[in-house]
Design a protein around this ligand. Structure first.
Ligand code: FMN
Length: 192
């Protein structure tokens, strides 16, 4: 069966570095893709209403489709710029809305809240030469503890404010993409 890959972009620029990185990372994959653009989706932030402590799911229904796709995907790819050492606000809203899975695990006793394991990749762009993306990676690893995902690879393109670009990381992108593809079990066209 063709693997289903969920991609989530966290940057506002359609042809920005993180968008290009995502395109390069997934080039040649024989997969079905579902893409979410956090800036276009404008998902509401978590309001800590605590509905999810007593009910399965979220009281705000704008992410119902996203959650269904997130749970059925075979692999997840997060692509985002680094803003003030974190995700841009619309992407951070997506991360915070994963609170429903913490509640499912710790208040509703679901072990695990999502039955299927899914590998995940993190692709980042950063203006500075020394941003390592570790805070963003930690944020993802935290939600992965309750969403049955594991960060199998990450790539960061640095120094984009001074000409850094996707081509700088060509070899790293290829190896990370091959690793991720193997973990998801998808076939790649390596000439891409
Ligand atoms: C609001 C804002 C905050 C930013 N904060 C950081 C930061 O903390 N560290 C960093 O290295 N670059 C930072 N940058 C630079 C972006 O990460 C960089 O320009 C990135 O390549 C943009 O991604 P894009 O090309 O996909 O849009 C920031 C940019 C903006 C607009």
């Amino acid at each position: 069966m063709t693997p289903l890959i969920l991609t989530i972009s966290g940057g506002p620029r359609k042809d920005g570095c993180s968008a290009r990185l995502l395109r390069r990372f997934t080039a040649g994959w024989q997969a079905a893709f579902i893409h979410y653009d956090a800036y276009e989706c404008r998902f509401a932030p978590c309001s800590d209403c605590r509905f999810c402590r007593e009910h399965e799911g979220c009281a705000i229904d704008d992410m119902d489709g996203f959650f269904a796709d997130f749970e059925r995907a075979d692999g997840i790819v997060f692509a985002s710029p680094v803003y003030n050492m974190s995700f841009p606000a619309p992407m951070k809203a997506v991360i915070d809305r994963m609170q429903r899975y913490y509640s499912a695990r710790f208040f509703l006793g679901q072990r695990p809240p999502i039955a299927r394991f899914r590998p995940a990749a993190l692709l980042l762009s950063a203006g500075s030469h020394d941003e390592d993306g570790s805070i963003v990676a930690s944020q993802l690893r935290k939600i992965f503890t309750v969403t049955n995902c594991e960060l199998t690879c990450s790539v960061i393109v640095n120094n984009t404010d001074r000409g850094g670009c996707v081509a700088d990381k060509e070899n790293e992108i290829r190896s990370a993409a091959a690793l991720f593809a193997a973990s998801v079990g998808l076939i790649t066209n390596s000439s891409q």
